[in-house]
Design a protein around this ligand. Structure first.
Ligand SMILES: C[S@@+](CC[C@H](N)C(=O)[O-])C[C@H]1O[C@@H](n2cnc3c(N)ncnc32)[C@H](O)[C@@H]1O
Length: 266
């Protein structure tokens, strides 16, 4: 059976999009018209479901509302299991993303001794998944995001009975750091590179919160060429290298996901 093509970008029919743009400039114009379009068009995480030979209709954007899920790490012989309320209505952070699962899996792989007793801040936590895993592994964690996500984050802390280890805090990138967050020894961030106007804000917050001794685990899914602008900005304040000791690295690299450690320049 022939697969129907995914709907092509409709920009050819859109009079507000100039026709003579290069790829990155075109990305920018389309982003300003629909900031979350990368997620809507991103089917690469669901490759198994979208096998070219079997798909007969274009896939739909997710419409998760108030579902409960349970994720375990590692999946085959769980050390940590987290229950999560997921709900797309407060924004893209209300559901989980593959980079968050990759980062959760990696910190579990590093083991309890790695996180126990550490002050940890997660940026752009969404549901709180990564920070909850870090709390379950013994860290003292602040999960942070924008106001619309705070309620679901609170609910997920309670669901997992992690109130003594995981605190919820509003942190808008680029704004002043909340006083209640102490300088962290470890910063976690998963799937936070997707909206170009937020690139300089995220770099600013990383720079405000980190010192050159702070470990930063940054898991990133490449979706488009313009993402490299984030790394051009990041380069001014940070260096980075790929995490090499993750046994699953080859698998997620194939899905355009990279796990990096960032170091703030002195
Ligand atoms: C794609 S979601 C990733 C959520 C989660 N880390 C995961 O991997 O499942 C990106 C997250 O970044 C947050 N975010 C985006 N812009 C932000 C900003 N300016 N300040 C703080 N958080 C922001 C969103 O609210 C969202 O929760």
């Amino acid at each position: 059976m022939t697969a129907l093509a995914q709907p092509a970008s409709l920009h050819f029919d859109n009079p507000s999009v100039p026709t003579n743009l290069n790829e990155i400039a075109l990305d920018e114009v389309l982003d300003s018209l629909d900031p979350l379009r990368h997620f809507k068009n991103d089917n690469s995480d669901f490759a198994e479901q979208n096998d070219e030979d079997t798909v007969v209709i274009p896939s739909q954007p997710r419409s998760t509302l108030g579902e409960m899920i349970r994720l375990s790490f590692p999946a085959d012989s769980p050390v940590v299991s987290i229950s999560l309320k997921v709900d797309a209505s407060p924004g893209c952070g209300g559901i989980t993303w593959p980079a968050g699962e990759v980062l959760s899996n990696y910190i579990t792989y590093r083991g309890i001794g790695y996180l126990r007793g550490k002050n940890i801040v997660e940026l752009g936590s969404g549901t709180g998944l990564v920070g909850l895993v870090a709390g379950a592994l013994g860290g003292t964690v602040w999960i942070t995001d924008q106001a619309p996500l705070l309620d679901i984050m609170h609910q997920n802390v309670m669901l997992n009975n992690l109130q003594s280890r995981v605190s919820v805090c509003e942190l808008n990138w680029g704004e002043k750091l909340p006083l209640e967050i102490p300088p962290p020894e470890l910063i976690l961030a998963a799937d936070c590179v997707y909206f170009e106007p937020a690139f300089p804000l995220l770099v600013q917050t990383l720079s405000d919160i980190a010192q050159s001794s702070t470990e930063i685990l940054f898991c990133y899914k490449k979706r488009r060429k313009a993402d490299k602008r984030f790394f051009t900005m990041l380069k001014k304040k940070f260096t980075w290298k790929e995490v090499e000791d993750d046994p699953d690295r080859e698998f997620y690299n194939r899905k355009a996901i990279s796990l990096l450690t960032l170091t703030k320049r002195p």
